[in-house]
Write a protein that binds this ligand. Structure first.
Ligand SMILES: C[S@@+](CC[C@H](N)C(=O)[O-])C[C@H]1O[C@@H](n2cnc3c(N)ncnc32)[C@H](O)[C@@H]1O
Length: 238
């Protein structure tokens, strides 16, 4: 689904001004019908985006995982991840306050107590925290440099052997981001799934021992890249 369809203001607006018009959406996840409230002014308010659906299907969250849903929108990924990580913990983040409110309500609606929603840009709401899985359908429209910064920064927010899992389609430059990860990421990069023009990519952080022995150089490349991106994007707002 084109992310612009039906939206009068960018979905990453911090405080959407479009008139609120809540509606209901449902989808099946692992045999359970999950229920959501969606609204105008947030991404994919018409229903579950096909790229997001492919991401959720292929996320592979385990019961004890700590999961970050970066750019959660109305919370489809975070709610599904919390169902899968029944003994784990899930943090959902978004810059859009209306999206964050919806995601919070949707966690409660689906009976989830071991997840929370935080408002903020990029990794600012999870400073100093690490996760087993970072899941994202990134906000491609904010621009390539800022998406690369998110990808590069994900590394330091992953536990050893943790996984960044992202979805995108050709017109969003997913092949470019795959190539960038293959060149810069200090660990294995895999295509987990393809469908309807989308790809789900997994970039895995090496286990602790491997990172100490063989990963130092490539980790250094990733870190250097973060520094360069921070300098080149300094001072821009969301
Ligand atoms: C493509 S949408 C995906 C939403 C939801 N995960 C889904 O798949 O339906 C990207 C989300 O990222 C949020 N976003 C935009 N810029 C962001 C940033 N710098 N940091 C965190 N979230 C951001 C947007 O508000 C939007 O909700």
């Amino acid at each position: 689904m084109d992310e612009r369809r039906g939206e009068s203001e960018p979905y990453w607006t911090e405080r959407p001004r479009s008139r609120s018009a809540p509606s209901e959406r449902r989808f099946l996840y692992r045999g359970e019908l999950l229920a959501f409230t969606v609204d105008t002014g947030v991404f994919s308010s018409h229903g579950l985006d096909p790229g997001t659906a492919l991401l959720i299907e292929n996320l592979g969250v385990r019961p004890d995982d700590r999961v970050l849903d970066l750019g959660c929108g109305w919370g489809s990924v975070g709610v599904a991840a919390a169902k899968a990580a029944a003994r784990g913990r899930v943090v959902l983040t978004d810059v859009n306050r209306r999206a964050a409110r919806l995601a919070r309500a949707n966690l409660a609606r689906n009976g989830i107590l071991h997840a929370e929603v935080r408002v903020g840009e990029g990794f600012a709401p999870v400073a100093g925290e690490t996760f087993d899985v970072i899941a994202t359908n990134p906000p491609y429209r904010i621009g390539r440099e800022r998406i690369l910064e998110i990808l590069a920064r994900a590394y330091e927010h992953l536990a050893p052997a943790g996984r960044l899992v992202l979805v995108g389609k050709g017109s969003q430059g997913i092949r470019y981001y795959q190539g960038w990860l293959e060149e810069h990421w200090a660990g294995r990069v895999t295509v987990l799934a393809r469908g309807s023009g989308y790809r789900v990519l997994e970039a895995r952080r090496p286990p602790a021992a491997a990172a100490r022995v063989g990963g130092a150089d490539r980790t250094g490349v990733a870190r250097a890249r973060v520094g360069a991106l921070s300098r080149s994007t300094a001072g821009r707002s969301a």
